[in-house]
Design a protein around this ligand. Structure first.
Ligand code: 5GP
Ligand code: MN
Length: 317
């Protein structure tokens, strides 16, 4: 696939990513946006995305994102869905559906491709790495594009720690830091740093976690009441599941927060033995082998029971 070839005749181009956008989603969307502004200077280019978390305000052009999807659906001549299939675009899904040319770029194994043009590479660390790869003329890269894509890569690889990190990932990152931005500060401020409240909830979630299946699984939950008490939003809970996964002996970590009465957003992480993409897909979600998620209905105990059955089956096999 060649991005420029796909959109060179489009007068209007839209770009979106998934709901509750994470670092890779924001990084890939903004990296592509900044790149397209350079290669298609005459096109009207619009990013349609849920408002990114405050930590991403260091990305150039972030204030130009359209976060309101209530106006009449505009027909874009080309529309990109990044880092997800169209069913996770939220309010932007209608723009994708109505677009003349739909382009889907993603690295989720659970995504079979939902566009007229699809570039789905499950082996890639991140959608940001794919955007980097797809920028054919690297002389068009600049510090701001590099920064956006680098943020995406560090977030989806846990700063080059997860098994999705490949030589290609590190080569891309090597090239990107060559643009001279302060990557140490970027990693600290967008990935590791937590607000006081975020740390408090993390502490509470760890304290209240439950270990089961002889220590092979650990689960924790934050209910709506607690989220309201701390005035926490979903982004404030990122990183809790990774911390649970660090527990010695754990093969699979589960974290969930309540989104409604009898509804929870579930995050799954695994070490070596459990394919959590498979578990999440079974419950209508998706993701990667080592990191996946789903929205599930029922009580906390129902959900843990349902997940446990799937996890136990894999651990037995
Ligand atoms: P997280 O647990 O951080 O929300 O997500 C882990 C991975 O699974 C991410 O790559 C994310 O995009 C994917 N994921 C999380 N929730 C869902 C979901 O409900 N559906 C699908 N298809 N993927 C999800
Ligand atoms: Mn991603």
């Amino acid at each position: 696939m060649n991005i420029y070839e796909e959109v060179k005749n489009a007068a209007t181009i839209g770009i979106s990513g998934h709901i509750r956008p994470d670092g890779d989603c924001v990084g890939s969307v903004m990296g592509l946006y900044l790149y397209l502004k350079k290669v298609c200077p005459d096109a009207k280019i619009q990013v349609m995305l849920e408002k990114p978390a405050e930590v991403f305000s260091c990305i150039s052009g972030i204030e130009e994102i359209h976060t309101d999807f209530t106006s009449d659906v505009e027909v874009f001549q080309a529309f990109f869905a990044l880092d997800a299939a169209k069913d996770r675009l939220g309010g932007a899904e209608a723009y994708f559906d109505h677009a003349e040319k739909k382009i889907n770029i993603d690295h989720h194994i659970s995504n079979k491709g939902c566009g007229d043009v699809n570039y789905i590479v499950p082996g890639a660390s991140s959608t940001s790495e794919l955007i980097y790869e797809l920028i054919e003329d690297k002389s068009l890269l600049d510090e701001e594009i590099a920064k956006a894509l680098y943020i995406g890569i560090i977030h989806d690889t846990g700063v080059f720690q997860y098994s999705n990190t490949s030589p290609a990932t590190l080569n891309a990152a090597a090239e990107l830091i060559g643009y001279g931005f302060d990557f140490t500060k970027l990693i600290d401020e967008t990935f590791y740093e937590k607000t006081y409240v975020q740390n408090q909830i993390l502490g509470r979630a760890l304290l209240e976690s439950i270990s089961f299946m002889n220590g092979k699984c650990v689960v924790s939950m934050v209910d709506k009441k607690t989220m309201d008490f701390y005035r926490a939003v979903p982004h404030d809970l990122e990183g809790i599941v990774s911390q649970l996964r660090y527990v010695k002996g754990v093969e699979c970590a589960i974290f969930m927060y309540q989104t409604d009465t009898m509804e929870y957003k579930v995050s799954l992480r695994s070490k070596e033995k459990v394919d959590v993409a498979k578990v999440a897909s079974f419950f209508g979600g998706g993701g990667h082998v080592r990191a996946a998620g789903a929205t599930m209905q029922g009580t906390f105990h129902d959900i843990v029971n349902n997940l446990s059955a799937q996890i136990a089956e894999q651990l037995k096999a």
